[in-house]
Ligand binder design. Structure first.
Ligand code: TYD
Length: 218
């Protein structure tokens, strides 16, 4: 039997959009179809990138300036791409990634004001514009997302809460960023309405993925 083509799918969205639950459900969906799946995340996803994650997500909110933060994101991303993502795709696996470079455009570019152009240059330099085949943009009204996220932080926030401390205006810029990214690349980026119960959102995602798969050349 020939090896299937690898598929790289990223999930994006603001806090509390339900990405991790939905990634696990999509993992099952692919496994039921006989595919090997790697679930990974950013920042992180390879041993070196996980070390950089710890530098990024712990400590004082002002620990890094925006440019340093963006460089660390891309340093971790390059390691992740080279050590985890590309090898998995070469073996015909499905890679499901919780956030990828669009998060740097949204968070560091729009959120922290470095601008999308600056981040896109880093994207080109660090990983030669390597992109997901499909990006699922989990879309939720800001207030709903932050409410959900707030409930979660009460239980598990632990030490990794540096990013959660940032203000509402920041989250508005993020949302704007994700919308503009989607508008610029409508074929790769599909908006998923993340409002609704888990099964409803999962059905929206599998329908979108199914449609993407059938639109691919055989
Ligand atoms: P995480 O706990 O994984 O959050 P989430 O569940 O929201 O994905 O922490 C990742 C944080 O890092 C999140 O607040 C978004 C931020 N981030 C960036 O600022 N830039 C990036 O390029 C990436 C990948 C993440």
């Amino acid at each position: 039997m020939s090896t299937p083509d690898g598929i790289f799918i990223s999930f994006e969205g603001g806090e509390g959009s339900g990405k991790s639950t939905q990634i696990r459900l999509l993992e099952q969906w692919f496994r039921h179809r006989g595919r090997d799946v790697v679930v990974t995340r950013e920042p992180g996803g390879s041993p070196g990138a996980e070390e950089i994650r710890a530098l990024l997500l712990t400590g004082d909110p002002g620990r890094w300036d925006a440019v340093t933060e963006a460089l660390l994101m891309f340093a971790s991303r390059r390691d992740h791409v080279e050590r985890t993502i590309r090898p998995a795709l070469a073996q015909g696996q499905v890679v499901l990634c919780d956030r990828f470079a669009d998060s740097s455009v949204a968070y560091q570019g729009y959120g922290h004001g470095l601008g999308a152009h600056f981040i896109r240059q880093l994207w080109k330099l660090a990983i030669d514009d390597f992109k997901p085949d499909l990006t699922l943009m989990m879309d939720l009204p800001l207030e709903t997302g932050l409410e959900r996220a707030g409930a979660r932080f009460a239980n598990v926030s632990a030490a990794e809460d540096r990013f959660e401390k940032m203000e509402l205006a920041f989250h508005r810029r993020l949302q704007q960023g994700f919308r503009e990214i989607t508008a610029a690349e409508p074929h790769r980026c599909r908006v998923i309405d993340a409002n609704g119960d888990i099964e409803t959102v999962a059905a929206r995602i599998s329908a979108t993925v199914e449609q993407f798969l059938t639109s691919q050349p055989a």
